[in-house]
Design a protein around this ligand. Structure first.
Ligand code: PMP
Ligand code: GLU
Length: 397
């Protein structure tokens, strides 16, 4: 007999991971798939980071690490917050985990009780709503519109708050839309939340360094709510280290202590080798990050131009991140060879089959009729992808 817990039965597969796997499977069959599904920098980890990891192996950093991370990593993270964000977090306010995804899971598990409500602006990153469910919480999804740059308004936030609200989940620069909230906009959210002392803010700032709109702003910098903000970040995107699995959280000590207790039972400390690599990334030469950001900006402009040429595709200009999130609603209801493209899921399957291009359906991000296209790949592949997409879409009548 097979039995799975209700908890796992209620959990959806990660659609970003699923589309990535599908692309890999097709590539393994020899099909030239252009994979614009998963979002990760296509650059290698900087050489000084790799060297630090090799040294860590030679220096026998092969033992269990402290649950929350080695002191030198916490110190480097603390310094990062001070230098880059003007935020004061001591080592007791910091915990390193196996990726920002893990940090997020920790935050939700220690803050959310059964029946608590978590406000999640849509489009949201696929993992948020599933982690909220896993924590026993209820997602309160706030819709936003492409015409408004996919931003929620302070009025929406205010209206969504109930006595059961436990947290607001923010992501800026945003995955999947690239939306970046200004300091003024974050300030308006902070003003509202200052009047609700039981609500926490979990702010996912993993795309901090992939930002084309000026200085990164963190809602944690508003003093009225600072002690109730949990900042999530990591080295995956800024330093092209997705496979190394180091993320971190900064928060009030009691939250960090609770996460440490959970992590101590669940995973123990993150990889000792990766931690040493993360120290090198955080304290070393930042020119790699600057160069990557420059490449992403160029590609942002390129995909805006290419997508703009496709009739029927409505795109908003991302201020950060490496995704565009076009509205493809005008293609829904059209068909090719008797097959109707009913929705964004069908649209992505159509692209995979007819253009050999992989993208992720917007439904997974709480925004049907959209798709997410990652532009974290070479300019030439992007040009080829859009030319294939354009040709394939001509078949839809
Ligand atoms: N948050 C967002 C918005 C992301 O896009 C990602 C990357 N998948 C993560 C968190 C997780 O990053 P990590 O690789 O550090 O787990
Ligand atoms: N940030 C990536 C994405 O959203 C990674 C995939 C994942 O972690 O789910 O595609």
């Amino acid at each position: 007999m097979e039995h799975l817990s209700e908890r796992i039965r209620k959990l959806a597969d990660s659609q970003t991971m699923a589309m990535n796997q599908k692309s890999r499977d097709l590539q393994a069959q020899g099909i030239d798939i252009i994979n614009l599904s998963v979002g990760e920098p296509d650059f290698p980890t900087p050489p000084h980071v790799k060297e630090a990891a090799k040294k860590a192996i030679d220096d026998n950093f092969s033992f269990y690490s402290p649950v929350g991370g080695y002191p030198d990593l916490k110190k480097a993270i603390s310094q990062k917050f001070l230098d880059e964000n003007g935020l004061v977090y001591g080592p007791a306010n910091i915990i390193a985990s196996n990726g920002a995804k893990h940090s997020l899971a920790n935050a939700l598990m220690v803050l959310v009780d059964e029946g608590d409500e978590v406000i999640v602006p849509a489009p949201y990153w696929v993992t948020y709503v599933e982690l909220v469910k896993l924590a026993g919480g209820t997602n309160v999804v706030l819709d936003s519109k492409i015409e408004n740059d996919f931003k929620i308004t302070p009025e929406q936030l205010e209206k969504a708050i109930t006595p059961k609200t436990r947290a607001l989940l923010l992501c800026s620069p945003n995955n999947p839309t690239g939306t970046v909230y200004t300091r003024e906009e974050l300030g308006r959210f902070a003003d509202i939340l200052a009047r609700h002392p039981d609500i926490f803010v979990i702010t996912d700032e993993i795309y901090e360094h992939i930002n084309f709109s000026g200085k990164h702003e963190s809602i944690a910098s508003f003093t009225g709510i600072h002690h109730r903000v949990v900042v999530i970040n990591g080295v995956s995107k800024a330093y092209a280290m997705t496979g190394w699995r180091i993320g971190y959280m900064a928060a009030a000590q009691w939250i960090v202590d609770a996460c440490s207790k959970l992590q101590g039972q669940f995973t123990s400390g993150p990889s000792s080798i990766s931690q040493k690599a993360a120290v090198a990334a955080l304290t070393g030469d930042k020119s790699y990050t600057v160069d990557m950001n420059r490449a992403f900006l160029r590609r942002r402009d390129l995909v805006m131009e290419l997508a703009g040429k496709i009739e029927g595709m409505k795109v908003s200009r991302p201020g950060g991140g490496f995704y565009i999130f076009p509205d493809i609603g005008s293609f829904c209801g059209l068909s090719a060879g008797g097959n109707v493209v009913e929705n964004d899921n069908d649209f992505c399957l159509f692209l995979l089959e007819h253009a050999h291009v992989a993208a992720v359906p917007g439904e997974a991000f709480g925004a049907p009729n959209h798709i997410r296209i990652s532009f974290a790949t070479s300019d030439d592949r992007l040009k080829e992808a859009f030319s294939r997409i354009e040709n394939a879409l001509k078949k839809l009548k």
